[in-house]
Design a protein around this ligand. Structure first.
Ligand SMILES: *Cc1c(COP(=O)(O)O)cnc(C)c1O
Length: 495
């Protein structure tokens, strides 16, 4: 059975194949691609209990990306994970488990899918018999853009550009970005926040003038953020893999329900968890954990999405998001696949800053629990987990861990909970040292990471060690209104 994709806002019945949706990134109508129907994975969790992460990824991708051949998918997967010896292990704690998704080259869970994307895009381009080079645009809170640039660096036929909000990312993330090698990559510092970066990138991806100017120079645009189905869909794999690991180690038996707690920004990661549940993984609750910017948890609690509020720069910056783009995909399902209603809600959000879903839609949200943890709660949680488990978690993981604890205390639910550990603590050493040692580090960036390594008596990850003394290679800067021109400059395009 072929899995086809459609836009959440399309009212004409237009569908595209997986490779078309991957290559195009976003539909032109401002919506997002979603599968017309979720495919049947014929999930045999018992049989998969000894399968590798790669094998499970393959099972997911062959069902969703049905116009790719088995060989093409296996090639993408083998190339993506060739360098990674550890992928998504579970770490036991007093409260449940952490699923460590941060063992890739940039120490964030975004590596798991960004590693797949270059090959997926190139294969998709070949299928569409395109002879153009790809220009990949990302808006990033630091992690996704770095993961994209790292994985695209040196790949022929692709130029990768990533815009990051200069003031909103950690010192280490900035060091990682400016040290990025590869003459086909550009990390561009934006004088603005993440929502501005993301909004502008979305507009640019639909900008016909830009598309035409690129086409005249033998380029074609592609989107490489969580909004691309090539990024979203493979995330389903680690929800399945977490479950099969528990089965394999006999912590649970087939059919036992578990919870996942997910630190949530753009809503991509947790949406993949929701798809996993719909596909048959026995999931009780998906815990949507936000930081002080609690727009999403407020939505799940009240049915009202409201961005007319103050924005805070927090110690978990990847969650400093007001417009959680991937939520539109859930809304589309909640409306019973109604593009007109979905579009109306999203337009209302842009014009008024808020929307409210109806009773029937709200009643469909029973799989979710939502809560938030501010910076003080993050600090407290990092400290508690360290004391109780001799284990260090990053601020994003701490948000999910703290909200999972709130959930268990409020509901008395005894279901086993897996907290998604989305970044390595070494990416946020100052926050963690402050939480554990009670004092602010005077050093910043990599030196602070070394201090943290000494303090918790663990080796500094290699990828960070390599940053010491690395030259700043990336020098581009821009403002939200000049991003178009910056793309032209970076690519040295002619009119
Ligand atoms: C991107 C990111 C998140 C949020 O994931 P979404 O898919 O945007 O909800 C959480 N933690 C870290 C470390 C991230 O980089």
């Amino acid at each position: 059975m072929e899995t086809l994709y459609r836009s959440t806002r399309d009212q004409t019945g237009h569908t595209v194949t997986a490779s078309q949706a991957i290559l195009q990134g976003l539909p032109q109508d401002g919506g997002l691609y979603v599968p017309v129907d979720l495919p049947d994975l014929n999930l045999d969790l018992a049989k998969l209990s000894t399968a590798s992460y790669q094998e499970i990824t393959y099972q997911v991708m062959q069902a969703f990306f049905s116009d790719f051949t088995a060989e093409e998918l296996r090639d993408c997967i083998n190339q993506a994970y060739a360098q990674q010896s550890t992928i998504a292990p579970l770490r036991k704690s007093q409260d449940g488990y952490f699923l460590e998704l941060f063992h890739g080259p940039t120490l964030s869970f975004k590596d798991l899918t960004m590693a797949l994307l270059p090959q997926l895009l190139l294969t998709a381009a070949q299928k569409q018999t395109s002879d153009k080079d790809l220009v990949v645009l990302t808006a990033t809170t630091g992690a996704a853009g770095k993961a994209a640039l790292t994985n695209f660096a040196g790949v022929t036929g692709v130029k990768a550009l990533s815009f990051y909000p200069e003031a909103d990312i950690s010192a280490i993330q900035k060091q990682q970005l400016v040290a990025q090698t590869g003459n086909n990559t550009a990390a561009i510092a934006l004088a603005g926040n993440f929502d501005q970066a993301q909004t502008q990138v979305k507009l640019l991806l639909n900008d016909q003038e830009l598309r035409q100017q690129l086409a005249r120079n033998h380029y074609q645009l592609a989107a490489a953020n969580s909004l691309n189905i090539g990024v979203l869909i493979p995330q389903i794999a680690y929800y399945i893999y977490a479950y099969t690991q528990l089965l394999n180690q006999k912590t649970i038996t087939l059919g036992t329900k578990i919870n996942f707690s997910v630190p949530t920004g753009n809503f991509g990661n947790i949406l993949a968890g929701y798809y996993a549940q719909q596909l048959g993984v026995p999931i009780n609750k998906l815990i949507c954990a936000t930081n002080r910017n609690d727009v999403l948890s407020h939505f799940f609690q009240t049915g009202t999405y409201d961005i007319n509020r103050k924005f805070y720069a927090t110690s978990a910056p990847a969650l400093d998001v007001f417009i959680a783009s991937d939520l539109e995909r859930l809304l589309f399902r909640l409306t019973g696949h109604n593009p007109e209603q979905t579009k109306r809600l999203m337009t209302t959000l842009i014009t008024t800053g808020h929307y409210e879903i109806n009773q029937a839609m709200f009643a469909e949200l029973t799989s979710f629990y939502a809560g938030s943890a501010d910076d003080a709660a993050i600090t407290k949680e990092i400290n508690r987990i360290f004391r109780e488990n001799q284990y260090t978690i990053d601020p994003h993981t701490a948000v999910a861990s703290a909200v999972a604890r709130q959930y268990h205390q409020q509901t008395n639910d005894k279901t086993l909970t897996i907290t998604l550990a989305t970044a390595s603590p070494f990416k946020f050493p100052n926050t963690i040292l402050a939480a554990l040692a009670g004092k602010r580090e005077s050093q910043d960036g990599i030196l602070a990471a070394q201090r943290l390594a000494d303090f918790i008596n663990l080796p500094l990850p290699d990828v960070l060690g390599k940053l010491i003394g690395a030259p700043a290679l990336q020098k581009w800067t821009t403002t939200p209104d000049k991003m178009y021109q910056t793309i032209i400059d970076v690519l040295r395009l002619h009119a």
